[in-house]
Design a protein around this ligand. Structure first.
Ligand code: XMP
Length: 510
């Protein structure tokens, strides 16, 4: 089935993926493409609308990203946002200049209700602005449809030609009517029906996989993370017992996690193999303290265990990977497709004998993968799982790893997560976990002196995990966490809260 498609042309803006996610949330399929995509290629994709993103440059500089003005003659509606709006003005004969003062942040903006873009909206509301350049003169055939105190052209349009531009960022949640404005562009201007939903996606993906796989065998390395779990559920629905999932439990998962993964899959139509390799990993890791060595040992051992199991199955036809859209998205600022050095992408597993890779989640954003998981009736604890590093608790236990330390950390981490959830902070904080430091200090419990471990707790807010802020957990919640952990977990007598940002720290401690 072909979906209605909107193309987001990326001119280097920081919100390129956010725009695409907003469009998809409005039930329209959307892809991010570099501004360098040839016009012919765009035509072939047959989009119902095109959106230009913002970007850090000035349109009047020769080196700035630009596009052939032919894009405006394709009879496809175009919405320019921020830099995109200025580019539209510049290319069509308007005038863009640097303003004396930048406009940044929440800005009261007035809209013309006659514009389709602002149909049904309040005539005044807050928008999010972030610009120094501004449109001074609109191109011929355009009219101004919104303004703010220091931005005379906050929006302009040539409705006959289907060209629309907004200086503010409708995709950002600070823009009060932003979602409605994007909805109007899609439904009023582009005339979409809105055929992108996870229900539809399941049907399409299931049919595609069935057609491709036929009678073949599919192998999946199931980690218990969101992507591989949702992929397992989807493939199970598509090909049932032709799917084999190998779940290598390295014994370094969070408390109960191994059993939770097993419980979620053991009654589904697929071959589920759980390898309890905890002892094996622990033996290899004995007395190892260097973080990189830990990672290397775990990575290698993982491959070895997986390989042994895969060999028992013999030749498979397809190897499934949980690659998702942000891993493969093209960026407007770089020359090549940006591919994260993520374990899902890149190196193909040469230790498994297979014909082809299949990646049925390749088109989806993370929140869509979670939605898909819910549609496929996976339990919340799997679908809402926060990111968890491949080497697991091994890199959250500083120094040598022992069975005892794993148990201490699992118990403490469990309480921490439970209290964060109880305080309803689990949606605000993007990643949170406990770290068992290798430090011991003196404490007192009852009448006794203790000499026990210091536990660190880490909680961060972030959008991309490349930079992060420490979360501002309220003191009463911190007090409860601390109180419960020292009382309920033996061998911990001190708790510290990690208040560093990334950079200079990383999110994980090792
Ligand atoms: P850092 O510690 O580099 O972590 O700030 C950034 C994000 O990546 C996760 N992380 C990993 N994920 N395998 C993974 O799949 C790994 O080896 C790994 N190391 C770190 C980390 O949890 C955080 O979300």
């Amino acid at each position: 089935m072909k979906h209605e498609l909107v193309i987001v042309l990326d001119f280097g803006g920081q919100y390129n993926q956010l725009i695409a996610r907003r469009v998809r949330d409005l039930n329209v399929y959307c892809e991010v493409k570099s501004y360098k995509t040839p016009i012919d290629e765009i035509k072939k994709m047959n989009p119902v609308g095109i959106i230009f993103t913002g970007g850090p440059n000035s349109v009047y500089l020769e080196t700035s990203p630009t596009i052939s003005p032919e894009i405006f003659n394709l009879n496809i509606p175009v919405l320019g946002i921020c830099y995109g709006s200025q580019l539209m003005a510049h290319l069509l004969g308007g005038e863009v200049k640097s303003a004396e003062t930048s406009e940044y942040g929440k800005t009261e903006t007035s809209f013309s209700p006659e514009s389709l873009m602002f149909k049904g909206l309040k005539e005044k509301s807050i928008t999010w602005m972030s610009h120094t350049d501004r449109i001074e003169k609109v191109p011929e055939g355009f009219k101004i449809t919104a303004f703010s105190k220091s931005c005379p052209v906050a929006a302009m349009e040539n409705s006959k030609k289907g060209l629309y531009a907004v200086q503010f960022h409708p995709e950002v949640s600070h823009t009060e009517q932003g979602n409605e404005i994007l909805r109007n562009f899609l439904y009023e201007v582009c005339g979409v029906k809105g055929d992108w939903s996870m229900k539809n996606y399941i049907n399409t993906a299931v049919n595609n996989v069935r057609e491709k796989v036929g009678d073949g065998k599919v192998l999946l390395a199931l980690s218990g993370g969101v992507d591989s779990s949702v992929l397992a559920a989807l493939l199970s629905k598509a090909v049932g017992s032709k799917l084999t999932c190998i779940f290598v439990d390295h014994g370094l998962m969070r408390k109960n996690e191994g059993d939770e993964v097993e419980a979620a899959f053991k009654d589904r139509d697929l071959n589920f193999i759980r390898v309890n390799a905890g002892e094996r990993f622990l033996t290899k890791l004995k007395d190892v303290t260097d973080p990189e060595t830990k990672r290397k040992i775990i990575g290698e051992e993982f491959i070895r265990v997986f390989e042994e199991e895969a060999k028992k199955i013999g030749k498979v036809d397809y190897f499934a990977q949980g690659t998702i859209y942000p891993d493969v998205i093209e960026s407007g600022s770089g020359d090549a497709a940006v591919i994260k050095s993520h374990h899902n992408v890149g190196g193909l597993p040469d230790y498994v004998d297979f014909k082809e890779i299949i990646e049925p989640l390749r088109l989806l954003f993370k929140d869509e993968v979670r939605r898909l998981g819910r549609e496929l009736e996976l339990p919340d604890y799997l679908v809402n799982r926060q990111p968890f590093p491949g080497p697991g608790l091994a890199i959250r236990i500083i120094g040598a790893i022992t069975e005892e330390k794993i148990k201490i950390l699992q118990d403490a981490d469990f309480i921490f997560r439970e209290e964060i959830a109880k305080a309803n902070l689990d949606t605000e904080i993007n990643q949170y976990f406990a770290v068992l430091t290798n430090m011991r200090s003196v404490g007192v419990m009852g009448d006794f002196r203790t000499y026990d471990y210091t536990l660190a707790i880490r909680a961060v807010t972030t959008t991309d995990f490349m930079t992060a802020d420490f979360a501002q957990i309220p003191y009463p919640t911190l007090a409860k966490i601390s109180n419960r952990i020292v009382n309920e977990v033996s061998n911990i007598n001190r708790i510290v809260y990690d208040i560093t940002t990334k950079p200079p720290s990383t999110i994980e401690w090792e």
